[in-house]
Design a binder for this molecule. Structure first.
Ligand SMILES: [Zn+2]
Length: 290
């Protein structure tokens, strides 16, 4: 862990982020990120972890204008908060690398929700604690600060999985597989019981309304009535694959789905039709959540 420094002046920050000649990687990317939105990063701090680079505002993560500064919002601001985030991102990157491939996280921690929205555009941060771009993770400070320690680790591993798989530029893979795979990696080792992590879906199953079909793309749209359930359904679909066929089969399914239609991918990776897979997933959801 290396604290790069606190720069009062943006020029100093940019100068200090200049790496060796011709160097790519997180430092030169950070340089570009700051140049894109200098008004957001004036006076920013940069913390370099073993694998991660975190850029944040010293007084950041207070949740935006008018947000109450409750005890849960204090954990992100200042060097201690950013260093904690770098440590978590380093750990998450190790887990992600083992399953989904190498990733060198660049984590952006703007001071307000509005700034997070500007950094994430055209993607939305509404209802999310963080959002992944092609090469970076943008923290929505207000939502992220409300998470527990375990929740922060899950979210970071989830978003870093998206970065490792190129999800932001993937217009082909089914949304349930993109989100389910990221949650599969996110929850690895979290020690959170399935009915707790999938509480909303568990309530529906116990009430006699188990899901009928895998969630479609619209189920994951911001403001969707069953947004939480869609993520839980997707997570359990991937957890089912890893549990029955092994983790490599889940990775194979993901890779096949990036280049084939869903039916072909399921057939090649698991030897199942879409109907067989849906039926087996529904039974798995019932048995895990009843
Ligand atoms: Zn996601």
């Amino acid at each position: 862990m290396r604290v790069v420094w606190l720069w009062a002046a943006l020029a100093g920050l940019l100068a200090a982020l200049t790496g060796p000649p011709g160097a790519g990687g997180p430092l030169s990317l950070a340089h570009a990120v700051i140049r894109e939105h200098p008004e957001i990063w004036s006076g920013a701090e940069v913390v370099q972890g073993e694998r991660s680079l975190v850029i944040g505002r010293p007084g950041g993560a207070q949740g935006g204008a008018g947000a109450p500064a409750g005890p849960g919002l204090a954990g992100l601001s200042g060097l201690a908060g950013l260093s904690d985030l770098a440590r978590r991102a380093d750990r998450a990157a190790l887990t992600v690398a083992r399953v989904a491939g190498p990733v060198r996280p660049l984590i952006l921690v703007p001071a307000t929700t509005d700034q997070a929205a500007r950094l994430a555009a055209p993607a939305t941060v509404s209802g999310l604690a963080a959002v992944a771009g092609t090469d970076r993770v943008i923290i929505e400070p207000r939502s992220f600060a409300r998470l527990t320690d375990a929740g922060r680790d899950v979210v970071l591993a989830h978003e870093l999985t998206h970065v490792a798989t190129g999800a932001a530029a993937d217009g082909h893979t089914p949304k349930w597989l993109i989100e389910g795979f990221a949650d599969y990696v996110g929850y690895l080792g979290a020690g959170i019981p399935v009915p707790t992590a999938a509480a909303e879906l568990a309530a529906e199953v116990r009430a006699g309304s188990p899901p009928a079909a895998l969630p479609g793309p619209s189920s994951f749209a911001a403001g969707s009535a069953r947004l939480a359930q869609a993520y839980e359904e997707a997570w359990l679909a991937c957890r089912y694959v890893a549990g029955r066929f092994g983790e490599r089969a889940l990775v194979t399914l993901y890779r096949e789905s990036m280049r084939s239609d869903p039916r072909t991918a399921l057939g090649r990776a698991l030897g199942m039709t879409t109907e067989e897979f849906t039926a087996a997933w529904r039974e798995y959801v019932r048995s895990e959540l009843s």
